[in-house]
Design a protein around this ligand. Structure first.
Ligand code: UFG
Length: 334
C-alpha cells in the first residue's frame, strides 16, 4: 500500500513511517517540520531502509501537496497526523488551534477527493471522551461533552467531520485512532519526541529531571481517589502505536470507525517517576502540588475493540518506554 503521512516527521508519524516500511508498505511524507529536529527524515529513511519521498510543506499548501501526490503515482491511503497538539497553547490561542487543525483536515480531504483517495487513518485522542466517561473508556461511550481544552475539541470536531464525509461518500473508509498517553521512543535511539520544546506532558518532564535539566517533577494532585492519590493514565509505547496504525490501514472498511490505542493498564504519576528512575539509574526528586485544572483522576482504555477488529494489543511496558525514552535523550543530548 502506498500511504501519505501528513505530519510524518513528528513524534508519532516518524515511528509510523518506519513501521509501514517494515510491513512492506510505501510511506510518503508531507511535513512542515515545525515541530521536528533537523535530520529526522534522513533517520526515518535509514531505519526504513528505503528512499521515502518527503515534501517539506504545510498540508494547507494544497498546490504543492497536489503536485507531490501527482509525481508519486497512485496513493492508496492517508494517515493524517498533521496538527498542533500543545494543550496549554490551545487554551491561550484557540483561534490558531481551530484554524490550523480544522483547515488542515479540510485541505487533506479536498486533496484526497482530487486524487481519488478514499481511505484515511486519523490521529485522534482519548481526550474526545471528555469528563463524562466511565472507566475503562470504550469507543461506544459518549464523546464531546466536557472536553477540557480547544486542542481536544479540535480532535472531536475532526472526528465529526470525518463521520459526515463517510455518510456522504459510502465508499470512504476511515478509522480514527484514539491514542491514550503516547510515550517512549524508537529502540534504536534515532527517533523520539522532540526534546527541544518546553515539556508539559509527564514523561518529558520526568526525563528532564532525570537528565538534570529540571530540578524536580511537580506532581499535580495527591488527593485523587486512586491507589496512591496521584493521577492515573494509560501510557502506551509509540512503537505499539505505530503498529496499531499499520493494522488500522490494513483493516480499513467502508464508513467511520473509532478505535482506542492504549494498554488498558493505568499507571500513576508516582509509578512513572519510579519506572523512569529505574530505567535511567538517576534519582528523580519530586514536589507535591495542587491539582492541575481540567485533569481527570483516571483515564484508561477499553482495549477489547482494538484486539477484536485490528488484532492489536499493546506489547511493550512502561519500563520499556522509559528505557527507550532515556536512550533517545542520551543519544540526542547536546
Ligand atoms: N502530571 C504531573 N506533573 C507534570 C505533568 C503531568 O503530575 O508536570 C500528571 C497529570 O496531572 C496527569 C498525568 O501526569 O495525571 C499525565 O499528564 P500529561 O500532561 O502527560 O497527559 P494528560 O493525560 O493530561 O494528556 C494527554 C495528552 C493530551 C491528550 C490526553 C488524552 O497530553 O494530548 O492525554 O487523554 F489529549
Amino acid at each position: 500500500m502506498r500511504v501519505l503521512l501528513t505530519g510524518g516527521s513528528g513524534f508519532i508519524g516518524s515511528h509510523v513511517a518506519v513501521a509501514l516500511a517494515a510491513a512492506g508498505h510505501e510511506p510518503l511524507i508531507v511535513d512542515d517540520l515545525s515541530n521536528s529536529r533537523g535530520g529526522v527524515v534522513e533517520r526515518i529513511r535509514e531505519l526504513a531502509r528505503m528512499p521515502i519521498p518527503a515534501l517539506v510543506a504545510d498540508v494547507r499548501d494544497e498546490a504543492s501537496v497536489s503536485e507531490f501526490l501527482a509525481a508519486h503515482g497512485r496513493v492508496d491511503a492517508v494517515v493524517h497526523l498533521a496538527g498542533l497538539k500543545a494543550v496549554g497553547e490551545s487554551v491561550a490561542d484557540p483561534v490558531r488551534y481551530y484554524d490550523v487543525n480544522l483547515s488542515s483536515t479540510l485541505a487533506v480531504l479536498r486533496l484526497m477527493s482530487a486524487h481519488g483517495i478514499d481511505a484515511m487513518v486519523f490521529s485522534s485522542s482519548a481526550t474526545v471522551y471528555g469528563s463524562a466517561g466511565t472507566m475503562p473508556l470504550a469507543e461506544d461511550g459518549a464523546v464531546g461533552a466536557g472536553i477540557a481544552n480547544p486542542y481536544g475539541r479540535t480532535k472531536y470536531m475532526i472526528e465529526e467531520i470525518l463521520r459526515d464525509v463517510c455518510a456522504a461518500e459510502p465508499s470512504f473508509r476511515c478509522t480514527a485512532l484514539r491514542y491514550f498517553n503516547p510515550v517512549g521512543a524508537h529502540p534504536s535511539g534515532l527517533l523520539g519526541e522532540d526534546p527541544l520544546g518546553v515539556p508539559n506532558n509527564l514523561m518529558p518532564v520526568v526525563a528532564k529531571v532525570a537528565g538534570g535539566i529540571l530540578d524536580s517533577v511537580s506532581i499535580f494532585g495527591t488527593d485523587y481517589p486512586t491507589r496512591d492519590g496521584t493521577g492515573e493514565r494509560d501510557y502506551v509505547h509509540v512503537q505499539d502505536l505505530a503498529r496499531g496504525h499499520v493494522r488500522a490501514l490494513e483493516e480499513l472498511a467502508p464508513g467511520f470507525d473509532a478505535v482506542n490505542l492504549g494498554t488498558g493498564e493505568p499507571a500513576s504519576v508516582l509509578d512513572v517517576i519510579r519506572a523512569y528512575g529505574d530505567a535511567s539509574g538517576r534519582e528523580i526528586p519530586y514536589r507535591l502540588n495542587a491539582r492541575r485544572p481540567g485533569d481527570l483522576a483516571v483515564a484508561f482504555a477499553d482495549v477489547e475493540k482494538a484486539a477484536r477488529e485490528l488484532g492489536w494489543t499493546a506489547e511493550l511496558t512502561l519500563a520499556d518506554a522509559c528505557r527507550d525514552d532515556w536512550r533517545w535523550r542520551q543519544a540526542t543530548a547536546d
